[in-house]
Design a protein around this ligand. Structure first.
Ligand code: UDP
Ligand code: MG
Length: 315
């Protein structure tokens, strides 16, 4: 199979038939062998019925229905788990991403040897204040922390080599930083392609203002994880040692001063150094313990799945 097209969706009933028609047209004119995997992330409208109908008439259409809304990252994860194509394409269901881009993305993976090609909506058709400016800031921060030279980390339209999607774990809301996950998993040929973008035709955006706060917190997590995720003791141990060293230093100073230099001076507990020493020693020890716990958790980690599938069709 050439292509797996993975489409996460939440309440997109108006767009689904049109999107399917459009993709099928592009696939037919290029003669691809393909599958379309719709992941219904807990829709409350008619989306799942439409997917079932499409699946009945077209054997290339597959559907996964989540028990409830687990989030776009989980939906992508579930799609990646069953995708069989040599190249995986992800796209949004809201007709904002253009299926006509697929052949060129496919070529970049197959002929140019890219592991991941991320779309770049150079001209965006979203609200300027709510999306365009904050998204510029995000991308700047993501570029600086990851070292990847991409303009649009969060673009829904992306193409992957099959082996790439089988080796990344998109959890939480990490779909915004998939290129970073891919890089951290050890794949280095990551490129981008300018893609056409359109205004949302039906329905409304599913991400509100919380995208900014969560996005920034996730960015901190991911830049920390990419450096110390596999070796927490190196971070916590270093800082623990430095802080503990400061604490012991002050304690030694107080002890020597009291015993040999100035025995008749103030009580140790009346001196500020005592409290600095106490705090530093406790903090330093806590850092060490946190490092040990991190290492323990890492060594006992099992594969976790953060979603529950309610039903499936054509799989
Ligand atoms: N989506 C999803 N689960 C969610 C939120 C969104 O599967 O919890 C889907 C949504 O249906 C769409 C894609 O993710 O296909 C992108 O969402 P949206 O268009 O609302 O985001 P925006 O384009 O405004 O960034
Ligand atoms: Mg959209």
């Amino acid at each position: 199979m050439n292509l797996s097209i993975v489409i996460p969706l939440l309440d997109e009933e108006e767009s689904i038939p049109e999107l399917h028609h459009w993709i099928a047209g592009v696939m037919r004119s290029n003669g691809y062998l393909y599958e379309i995997i719709f992941i219904d992330d807990g829709s409350e409208d008619n989306s799942w019925t439409l997917i079932e109908e499409l699946a009945k008439e077209n054997h290339e259409v597959k559907g996964i229905r989540f028990l409830e809304n687990f989030g776009k990252s989980q939906a992508l994860h579930a799609g990646f788990a069953i995708a069989e194509g040599d190249v995986i394409i992800t796209m949004d269901a809201d007709l904002q991403d253009n299926p006509e881009e697929i052949p060129e993305l496919y070529q970049m993976i197959v002929n140019d040897g890219y592991d991941l090609v991320s779309g770049w909506k150079r001209k965006r058709y979203d609200s300027k204040i709510v999306k365009n400016l904050p998204s510029k800031l995000f991308n700047l921060a993501a570029r600086k922390t990851s070292g990847l030279k991409l303009h649009d980390f969060n673009c829904g339209l992306k193409a992957y080599k099959n082996v790439v999607v089988k080796n990344i774990e998109v959890t939480g809301e990490m779909h915004r930083y998939i290129p970073v996950l891919v890089k951290n998993a050890g794949f280095s040929k990551i490129g981008e392609k300018v893609v056409l973008h359109q205004a949302r035709k039906y329905g409304v955006t599913k991400f509100g203002m919380e995208r900014f706060t969560r996005g920034f917190l996730d960015l901190i997590t991911i830049s920390f994880l990419s450096r110390f995720g596999k070796r927490p003791m190196h971070f916590f141990g270093t800082w623990g040692a430095i802080i503990l060293f400061v604490g012991i230093g002050f304690a030694l100073y107080l002890g020597i001063d009291k015993l040999f230099i100035n025995p008749t001076g103030r009580l140790i507990t009346e001196r500020p150094q005592f409290y600095i020493s106490l705090t530093a020693m406790i903090l330093g020890t806590q850092f060490f313990v946190a490092g040990f716990l991190g290492e323990l958790i890492l060594r006992n980690k099992k594969e976790t799945k953060n979603y529950i599938i309610k039903e499936q069709t054509n799989i």
